[in-house]
Design a protein around this ligand. Structure first.
Ligand code: NAD
Length: 417
């Protein structure tokens, strides 16, 4: 039977700890989040009735700094998923060298079923419920699937009203006017494409420092997927397939992105856009392309479809899109996977910049943000690639090893083992 997402995460952690020949004590610290909150959030709906939603916050490890991680609004949110995502955040912050730990939150809800007022009440109630556990030096939430700048603005306002002073430094991914950072909105997608460029060159797909002439397929057309598409095109790639949860489009000659963006703005989904051929939500995963960017949700490339992947390189923009079993199949097929904890770290890196800027009340120009983001990702890719070459393991395992090594060193310095 396939392992659950959390057991898979624990197994991958254990494997990295063993490969580094670290004591079992390290695993004892990392195998479970340090704190997990489950909250019941009753809110008044527009029709006057009360409806209760379930929310979570998992704080995995603060060994390197305050907990950091997004809040997801989705019907598929579970405690197990939130816990796994919190571990990945710890590893992500460590692999790119940020002074943050890992956390994640979520609410089991379909936000499309809520009015804007209901969504606001739910967002405010969520942060109110966890307020004693968050703060700029404790735990710093951010957006994730189905949450955005507006949700962060409501949450920041709620905390600020409760504290009777502005505490904009407690959340990231905020609007610019409320202490947001230049470049935050596009940071994850831009980072994904920068890492894709580094990997495409390292694995011999191109000799160029760009994606020029390469065919890219993207699953997911939300914040990350759509920005990734835009930067792929800027990098000279041909985006041949894109999907969202309702369906997608495929054109081997390249999709017309401005038309796709315009269609989505009008219709909400690109499933029926009059471009190329119609494909299903999972279509991009198995179509012919050079670079595959899963940018939707976890568990998309599985043992069932890994043998059908036609890409030469997979760059994980979503968190956990490839199961361990599928990763093994792709490794056997010599298809490298740049793991989520490295590939999609652009978001948390610019969140870190946002936090620094808020603490200093001094805001940087967009070019400074982008330059520093690329530098951090280039260094991190270099560290992971060096581990990959030295240890002859897959990139994901190499990234876990780089991350765990830093965590273990910090734990030892702090006297945790
Ligand atoms: P989003 O809600 O903006 O977009 C998600 C997209 O995926 C939507 O287009 C949705 O229609 C699509 N989708 C959902 N299920 C699908 C399916 N089964 N098949 C095809 N498409 C599907 O979310 P986002 O912020 O873009 O996040 C996407 C992924 O990236 C998540 O795994 C998230 O954890 C990860 N991530 C996001 C950030 C960030 O800064 N937003 C940072 C790091 C990682």
């Amino acid at each position: 039977m396939a392992l659950g997402i959390y057991e898979e995460t624990q197994r991958a952690l254990q494997r990295a700890i063993e490969a580094l020949q670290l004591p079992e004590d390290v695993y004892e610290h990392l195998k479970e989040p340090q704190r997990v909150l489950t909250i019941n959030i009753p809110i008044r709906m527009d029709d006057g009735r009360i409806r209760a939603f379930t929310g979570f916050r998992a704080q995995h490890s603060n060994v390197l700094g305050p907990y950091k991680g997004g809040v997801r609004f989705h019907t598929s949110v579970t405690l197990e998923e939130v816990k796994a995502l919190s571990v990945w955040m710890t590893l992500k912050c460590s692999v790119v060298g940020l002074p943050f730990g890992g956390a994640k939150g979520g609410i089991v809800v379909d936000p499309e079923q809520l009015s804007a007022h209901e969504l606001e009440r739910l967002s405010r109630a969520y942060i109110r419920n966890i307020r004693e556990f968050v703060g700029f030096d404790k735990d710093i939430p951010a957006p994730d699937v189905n949450t955005n700048e507006q949700v962060m603005a409501w949450m920041s306002d709620e905390l600020s009203q409760l504290e009777e002073r502005n505490v904009f430094n407690t959340l990231t991914g905020k609007p610019l006017l409320l202490g947001g950072s230049q470049g935050r909105k596009e940071a994850t997608g831009l980072g994904v494409v920068h890492v894709a460029e580094l990997a495409a060159r390292a694995f011999g797909l191109t000799n160029e420092p760009s994606l020029k002439g390469l065919r890219v397929a993207i699953q997911g057309f939300g914040n990350v997927g759509s920005e990734a598409a835009r930067f792929c095109a800027q990098s000279g790639a041909k985006v041949v397939a894109i999907s969202d949860e309702k369906g997608g489009r495929y054109d081997p000659d390249g999709l017309d992105l401005p038309s796709l963006f315009a269609y989505r703005a009008d219709q909400g989904s690109i499933a029926a856009a009059p471009l190329g051929q119609a494909i299903g939500p999972a279509g991009p995963l198995t179509l012919p392309c050079d670079v595959l960017i899963p940018a939707a949700l976890e568990d998309q490339i599985t043992a069932d479809n890994a043998a059908s992947v036609q890409a030469r390189l997979v760059v994980e923009a979503a968190n956990g899109p490839t199961t361990n079993e599928a990763a093994e199949i792709l490794f056997q097929r010599s298809i490298p996977i740049v793991p989520d904890i490295l590939a999609n770290a652009g978001g948390v890196i610019v969140s870190y910049f946002e936090w620094v800027q808020d603490l200093e009340s001094y805001f940087w120009a967009r070019e400074d943000v982008i330059d520093r983001l690329k530098r951090i990702l280039t260094d991190a890719f270099g560290r992971v690639y060096a581990m990959y070459e030295r240890k002859a393991v897959d990139l994901r395992h190499a990234a876990y090893m780089v991350a765990v090594e830093r965590l273990a060193e910090a734990m030892q310095l702090r006297g945790w083992y």
